[in-house]
Design a protein around this ligand. Structure first.
Ligand code: PRP
Length: 182
């Protein structure tokens, strides 16, 4: 199957993404001047965005990663997030953590992680996402840096997958309904 057969349309072009990356990198470089910036990528979706973003920063930066999986939504869920790969640093008290995400949906992952890292002793914790779907929020959460607010469509590319495919696309596309409804 051709990749283009799966995509309904391009929602955000590569050029639009790169413009947003530069804007966010400029903002972050200004805000974190003189701090100890650690970009914390949440695997796997964040890797494409984080790779682009770190190259555009004009200040020193370290990177780290966590991997989490959220339990399903719904009233029976305790809203917990399962930590599959934790951050292990002895110097968290000197770290200004900026959590990097590809997308915020319900808000559960980022609100949990921001609280978790503060409790673990990070000096500061802020959040940065390429995409934000505010219409899907289940918990109140506002990212500090955000690329695009998008409608509630099934998006793929630029880190985002369907069935582990499409993550490497340099743009954000909308997946054809027939692909995920078949
Ligand atoms: C996605 C995304 C965020 C989370 C956002 O990850 O990368 O981590 O879901 O959803 P929320 O706001 O409802 O918590 P996913 O679980 O699909 O894993 P992946 O990054 O490995 O694809």
């Amino acid at each position: 199957m051709q990749m283009n057969d799966s995509i309904e349309r391009v929602l955000i072009t590569e050029e639009e993404i790169q413009t947003a990356v530069r804007r966010m990198a400029d903002d972050i470089s200004r805000d974190y001047e003189g701090k100890n910036l650690v970009l914390l990528g949440i695997l796997k979706g964040s890797v494409v965005f984080m790779g682009d973003l770190m190259k555009r920063l004009s200040i020193p930066v370290q990177i780290d990663f966590m991997k989490v999986s959220s339990y399903g939504s719904g009233t029976t869920s305790k809203g917990l997030v399962d930590i599959i790969l934790d951050i292990r640093r002895k110097d968290l008290g000197n770290c200004d953590i900026l959590i990097i995400e590809d997308i915020i949906d319900s808000g559960k992952t980022l609100s949990y992680l921001a609280k978790y890292l503060k409790e673990k002793g990070a000096r500061s914790v802020r959040t940065c996402t390429m995409l934000d779907k505010p219409s899907r929020r289940e918990v109140e959460f506002q990212p500090d840096y955000s690329g695009f607010e998008i409608p509630d469509e099934f998006v793929i590319g630029y880190g985002l997958d369907y069935d582990e495919k499409f993550r490497a696309l340099p743009f954000v596309g909308i997946l054809k309904r027939e692909i995920y409804e078949k």
